[in-house]
Design a protein around this ligand. Structure first.
Ligand code: GLN
Length: 185
């Protein structure tokens, strides 16, 4: 199994050490043809507006939507969650592949970014140090979306079938437990 790391912008390289640790091959995805070589995809954190622009410029929007619709497991991290979301603020999300509504930068400016202890029962991690960086808030979910962790009562780790999203950055901590979970979707 090969995991693709969408490598247009943002924190995609940081995922390599976790995948290496789990013995999972990975490859950077930058163009349409790269998609044929991967079995699942991580859409990293970064700046969703920039990534959206590149997704369009590189002709990746339709092929990505197709692969996801055909069942390719996908994980959106922070900006990646924004790209996957059905609704962003008040408009449609660019990939529209995950049944959530998100509000960008909803915790406030950069100085509101923090490390928050998160209980993630499904991963057996009480107090996981979740790194939130100008994170979005998930403000609504479809009934088929399962909430796997919350912060102040709001979803921050969700799954809908083989699609998952975290509004924080597990790749910036040493623990590969989220990557391990993703590989088992
Ligand atoms: N604020 C960014 C955005 O809206 C997301 C930040 C992140 O990925 N850490 O795209």
């Amino acid at each position: 199994m090969v995991v693709g790391l969408l490598g247009l912008q943002g924190a995609f390289l940081d995922h390599r050490k976790h995948l290496d640790q789990l013995g999972c091959p990975h490859r950077i995805v930058r163009e349409r043809d790269d998609l044929a070589a991967i079995d699942r995809l991580i859409i990293p954190g970064g700046e969703s507006t920039v990534m959206a622009m590149y997704l369009k410029a590189f002709g990746l929007v339709a092929p990505l939507k197709q692969r996801i619709a055909a069942g390719m497991p996908v994980w959106g991290v922070c900006a990646g969650a924004i790209l996957l979301a059905q609704t962003v603020d008040t408009g449609p999300g660019i990939l529209g592949s995950l049944g959530v509504t998100v509000r960008r930068n909803a915790y406030g400016r950069q100085d509101a970014s923090d490390v928050h202890p998160l209980d993630v029962p499904i991963l057996d991690r009480p107090g996981f140090p979740a790194i939130f960086i100008r994170a979005p808030r998930i403000t609504a979910i479809q009934p088929t979306v399962v909430v796997l962790a919350t912060r102040d009562g709001e979803p921050v780790f969700v799954r809908q079938g083989c699609r998952m999203a975290t509004t924080f950055h597990p790749e910036l901590t040493a623990d590969p437990v989220f990557h391990d979970y993703f590989l088992r979707l």
